[in-house]
Ligand binder design. Structure first.
Ligand code: ADP
Length: 624
């Protein structure tokens, strides 16, 4: 017996002992696997001369043996396929499981990785897979009774394709597994979850029929079994729009894209114009675990007149909308289109352009009419849109800027830039922002103090890319972005301003001495009235801010050359100023230690690490 890979085992355990209430979805999963397998074979047969047809999926219910069989005549699996596909849970599952196992419920865990085939262990205590790959001779039997492992043996099997045999669990107080052996139950589940599967799903149904020749006045009936097709087979996107509701779209999405959670947004559109196509578009409710990595493959399923020609056509979707899943079906496409040609294909380009416009307008509508879900979308995929603004030197920024949201200090929720500008105070010139690692940390930054006191709204930039976005946008509706640490919030008040100017003049020598002590670490030491509850803060001057420096330095081949020109700000209203003046007049040597301690403190407040721990600790302990 072969062991499952460790994580697969844990997920299997979860499935076997699952209290997941929606156990019936196993059927949807197995049917959609069967349909995928037929899709694959159908695609091969388009290019292969040997025409294959009569595709179907059959369900057999064997009450005596508590067995349900789901069989397809799709592509089948080789021995290697069996090992790879059914011996390990898809990589996705493994990683996600490791990353955020935490104290999630079954429901959430199962929802998280979409473990397809394994969901059958929620209803079966033994699963046997009989399969023969198209174009091969040898068939195989894969068998497993759960977490201990599985076996693979050679068998005889007529024809290619796969049969999945489920040996149903015994009924208990909570679950009536026998239900899944009832014809009506299965037939209604198929209608509910798998109606638009494009291949016939067939099952022997028992019907009561009038006996032939029985007299009209005294009809006699008998029970007969007939093979029936349970699904309508009409692809959802071929149905008239009036017949498709949001529920149908949600079900379709979950079925087709193996997600357990409803999408945040579903769109069904029939586009006519320069190009004609039908499309179903969906925004998932959470980002796939690998969404922000190189491994993620964007793209929509591409069909030509109902025949799938590509599983993920990436040319149709721009990177910044890479989270959108969906289907495009166009009769205008060339069936024999190859991956290489696709890049240059005029029709594909035209569809891509049209699709981008559609997505963009749908997202804007969502922002206006369904704010709650748009905010959820932005929490999951906002980064993607932000990267889109910044990428390519901002070539797409105008298309995307209205979709951006940032956290507002005043409203304590996400706002759009248009909303920020609309609510600006009288005479306010700039869009103010403050950067840091988290909203909590930003809210505590020294430089936030005065600006809030004065009533300005501040946007909290917590993503590394945010300041880059502001830099590339430059302004929004003519209002320039400005970091709170660059602002001087005394300027609007003559008295405050004069007072600050006076103090600056009085402390000129002190400030210059502190700068000398810091020996090139800072470009300037200056007084500020932006805060008084902290002695010091670190800000920057020039194109590279402190947050940007952090981003640059976290890049794989950082050379440390991208440095912010740092400015040590000292509060003009904090007691530290007197202390520094005293030390400066009494003991110039000692000032050096104060400078070091204050500088390192300012670094900590800005989210940087201590530059020279030894020097800091020495200076600090000597002072106290
Ligand atoms: P997913 O379908 O999400 O990839 P599953 O666990 O449901 O994950 O299936 C794993 C893999 O096993 C599939 O990707 C497919 O390659 C293979 N597979 C499952 N069922 C069948 C089938 N009926 N015919 C051929 N291959 C199958």
């Amino acid at each position: 017996m072969k062991q499952f890979k460790t994580e697969s085992k844990r997920i299997l355990d979860l499935m076997i002992n699952s209290i997941y209430t929606n156990k019936e979805i196993f059927l949807r999963e197995l049917i959609s696997n069967a349909s995928d397998a037929i899709d694959k074979l159908k695609f091969i047969s388009l290019t292969d001369n040997k025409a294959v047809s009569d595709f179907n999926i059959t369900i057999t219910l064997d009450k005596d043996n508590r067995k349900m069989i789901i069989a397809d005549n799709g592509i089948g699996m080789t021995k290697e396929d069996l090992e790879k596909n059914l011996g390990t849970i898809a990589e996705s599952g493994t990683l996600a499981f490791k990353k955020e196992n935490g104290d999630k419920t079954d429901e959430q865990l199962i929802g998280q990785f979409g473990v397809g085939f394994y969901s059958a262990f929620m209803v079966a205590d033994k699963i046997v897979v009989l399969t023969k790959a198209y174009g091969t001779e040898q068939a195989y039997k894969w068998e497993s009774q759960g977490a201990e492992g599985y076996t693979i043996d050679e068998i005889e099997k007529d024809g290619y394709g796969t049969s999945i045999e489920l040996f149903l669990k015994q009924d208990n107080d909570d679950v009536n597994y026998s239900e899944f052996l009832q014809e009506y139950k299965i037939s209604s589940l198929i209608k509910q979850y798998s109606d638009y599967i494009r291949y016939p799903i067939q099952m022997l149904m028992t019907r009561s029929k009038r006996k032939e020749g029985s007299p009209d006045d005294k009809p006699e009936y008998e029970q007969v079994q007939e093979m029936e097709t349970l699904n309508s087979m009409i692809p959802l996107w071929k149905k008239p729009k009036a017949e498709v509701n949001d529920e149908n779209l949600k079900e379709f999405y979950k079925n087709e894209f193996h997600d357990y959670a409803d999408p945040l947004k579903s769109v069904y559109a029939k586009i006519e114009g320069a190009v004609t196509y039908d499309t179903l578009l969906f925004v998932p409710s959470r980002a796939p675990y690998d969404y922000y990595s190189k491994d993620y493959k964007k793209g929509v399923k591409l069909y030509c007149n109902g025949v799938m020609i590509m599983e993920k056509c990436e040319q149709l979707i721009p990177d910044y909308f890479g989270f959108v899943r969906g289907i495009v079906d166009s009769a205008d496409l060339n069936l024999n289109i190859s991956r290489e040609i696709l890049q240059q294909d005029r029709q594909v380009k035209a569809i891509a352009q049209s699709l981008e416009k559609k997505i963009s307008s749908e997202l804007k509508k969502m922002l206006e009419n369904d704010r709650e879900n748009y905010e959820k979308l932005f929490a999951e995929f906002g980064l993607s849109i932000k990267f889109g603004v910044y990428a390519g030197f901002g070539m797409n920024k105008d298309k995307l800027k209205d979709l951006l949201m940032f956290y507002s200090s005043k409203k304590e929720k996400l706002v759009t830039l248009a909303e920020y500008v609309k609510d600006m105070m009288d005479g306010q010139e700039f869009i103010y922002y403050a950067s840091g690692e988290s909203y909590e940390k930003i809210a505590q930054l020294p430089n936030i103090e005065k600006v809030k006191e004065k009533g300005y709204e501040v946007l909290y930039f917590k993503d590394g890319v945010d300041e880059f976005v502001a830099k590339i946008l430059m302004d929004f509706e003519g209002k320039k972005f400005k970091s709170v640490s660059e602002g001087d919030f005394s300027v609007d008040n003559e008295v405050e301003k004069q007072e600050l100017d006076k103090k600056k003049e009085e402390n000129k020598e002190l400030l210059s001495a502190i700068k000398d002590c810091l020996d090139g670490k800072v470009k300037e030491v200056r007084l500020t009235s932006n805060f008084k509850n902290y002695p010091v803060a670190l800000t920057s001057d020039g194109d590279v801010s402190i947050e940007m420096e952090k981003v640059f330095n976290s890049m794989p081949n950082a050379d440390g050359k991208m440095q912010a020109q740092k400015i040590l700000e000292i509060s003009s209203e904090h007691g530290i100023l007197q202390t520094l003046n005293r030390v400066f007049s009494e003991d110039k040597e000692k000032l050096n230690k104060y400078a070091v301690v204050l500088y390192e403190q300012a670094r900590l407040l800005a989210g940087l690490s201590i530059e020279n721990p030894t020097e800091f600790v020495k200076a600090f302990s000597e002072i106290i």
